[in-house]
Ligand binder design. Structure first.
Ligand SMILES: Cc1cc2nc3c(=O)[nH]c(=O)nc-3n(C[C@H](O)[C@H](O)[C@H](O)COP(=O)(O)OP(=O)(O)OC[C@H]3O[C@@H](n4cnc5c(N)ncnc54)[C@H](O)[C@@H]3O)c2cc1C
Length: 463
């Protein structure tokens, strides 16, 4: 390992013109991430154009021992896409997209956002499911699993992943699929950025075009919430979405007398013809007179239009959990938690799983929570760093009260929770298997700025 601590000159030697250092006028923009509270100052931001250039950056990080942060869309809730003094490998220029309409597949650069991919592939009346937010990177969401508007119909994002191009810790560009490096392919489907830098993904694309969806806001009581989640559990698999519960922010489209009062704000989508969508959504509309009914026929590629991209906030305390069922007691606990939160915005969110998610065996990928009925989360958005521990405690204790059944967490919603958090995301045998694959592809833990899986001991590195 070399002794050079400032890698900018070495990076410039291998990637001239693609290196932004602190003296560069683009520097502040280049280091900014979605949650601005993670105000980190890398010694260099580097923007490679392809896997070969990524490999050169990986070589420099490995040889200098300087911390390496990898960023696709910059939406990490744990601040992992920034580094203090290290190299920030920004993949935003990996933007290729090759759609094979006949074979229903697409190769996509890891630097595309979910919104960009959805719009471009949607031109053909086709889709791959990502999450609820267009700005999230295809890179980060795919490596974590991917739960959104199509998971009950077509599975998680990783269930549509056919292959990936990955730069491993030894600087090699590797193609991984079911037949080639199958252990690596298993691990990257849920195991996050632990195993290398994913530069391109090959996705299966599905015929999803006509849909009915949008936002539905109802005044909330514990009883209404429990019935709402029950309706989502009973809905056809064509319907997926997010059920948010919160005290209503002063949103201009909400009647003023409801500001500050509990609401259910659901983002729902039923894939398929309008008549079927109206039928699938009717039970939700019938629960109370809607405050806002934005459910409408749309084309899937427009799913993110006017959707719930929350305004960039300095920081958020998040905890995710799983539930094997929902009950009135859980709904009452949520109301109590929201009442007690001192955050500027606090929200509890529920996503019903099942359907295609549950049809994939739990050990087929590194996302092991496939048999859980509901994925829940608690989030508290806040402005000042000194509030952090208050909101972290609120989210942690609240999640422990709300979970039903085994503990568990979704890696995409893990904050800075250390190994305990990662172990909840990867329970039991998944953890051990990930550690073995980690030892094979990244034995020195070069890729450690993530929800880290430490390499298993005494395992030979693969050349
Ligand atoms: C507002 C918001 C909404 C969200 N909604 C959803 C949702 O609906 N469904 C869902 O499933 N998730 C959701 N998430 C979670 C999201 O999937 C994760 O935070 C994800 O990691 C973000 O990806 P990114 O590329 O934008 O993030 P980044 O910050 O760029 O990356 C996060 C981490 O992932 C790793 N990584 C990213 N790209 C690569 C790569 N190409 N190669 C290797 N490692 C990489 C790195 O460790 C990096 O630090 C949401 C997050 C936010 C902030």
């Amino acid at each position: 390992m070399g002794t050079e601590r400032n890698p900018a000159s070495r990076l410039r030697a291998v990637l001239d013109g693609r290196v932004i250092d602190p003296g560069d006028p683009r520097y502040d923009d280049a280091r900014t991430v979605y949650y601005s509270g993670f105000d980190r100052r890398p010694s260099a931001v580097v923007r490679p154009r392809d896997a070969t250039e990524v490999a050169r950056v990986v070589d420099v990080a490995r040889d200098t021992g300087v911390e390496l942060a990898v960023r696709s869309g910059g939406h990490s809730v744990a601040g992992h896409s920034g580094t203090e003094g290290g190299i920030l490998l920004d993949l935003s220029e990996l933007r290729s997209l090759d759609v094979d309409v006949e074979r229903r597949t697409a190769w996509a650069g890891a630097g595309l956002t979910a919104g960009e991919y959805t719009t471009a592939v949607g031109v053909h009346g086709l889709a791959t499911g990502f999450g609820d937010t267009p700005g999230v990177g295809v890179g980060g969401i795919t490596l974590g699993g991917g739960v959104g508007y199509l998971h009950r119909l077509h599975g998680l994002t990783i269930d549509s992943l056919i292959a990936a191009e990955i730069v491993t810790a030894n600087g090699k560009v590797v193609h991984a699929d079911e037949a080639t490096h199958p252990d690596l392919f298993w691990a990257i489907r849920g195991g996050g950025g632990n195993f290398g830098v994913a530069t391109r993904f090959r996705f299966r694309i599905h015929e999803v075009d006509a849909a009915v969806g949008g936002m539905l806001i109802l005044p909330a009581t514990p009883n209404l919430l429990a019935t709402f989640v029950e309706a989502a559990l009973e809905a056809p698999e064509t319907l997926s979405g997010m059920i948010n519960v919160m005290r209503a922010p002063p949103m201009p489209f909400l009647p003023a007398e409801h500001h500050g009062r509990p609401i259910v704000m659901a983002a729902l989508l039923n894939a398929g013809a309008p008549e079927a969508g109206e039928r699938a959504l009717a039970p939700f509309r019938a629960l109370a007179a809607p405050l806002v009914d934005g459910l409408r026929p749309l084309r899937y590629r427009d799913v993110y239009e006017g959707g719930p991209e929350p305004p960039p906030a300095p920081a958020v305390a998040v905890r995710s959990f799983f539930m094997d069922g929902f009950d009135l007691g859980a709904a009452e606990t949520i109301f109590d938690l929201l009442e007690r939160s001192t955050a500027s915005l606090s929200v509890s969110q529920f996503r019903v799983l099942g359907g295609a998610v549950a049809r994939v065996p739990s050990d087929a990928t590194a996302f092991a929570h496939r048999q859980r009925a509901i994925m829940g989360s608690l989030g508290a958005v806040y402005e000042r760093g000194e509030e952090r521990s208050t909101h972290e405690t609120w989210a942690r204790e609240g999640a422990a009260k709300l979970r039903r059944g085994e503990p568990g967490a979704y890696v995409g919603f893990l904050g800075e929770e250390g190994e305990a958090g990662a172990r909840e995301a990867y329970p039991g045998a998944t953890w051990e298997r990930l550690r073995t694959v980690k030892a094979r592809y990244d034995p020195t833990n070069l890729f450690r700025l993530n929800q880290n899986v430490p390499p298993a001991a005494r395992h030979a590195a693969r050349s």
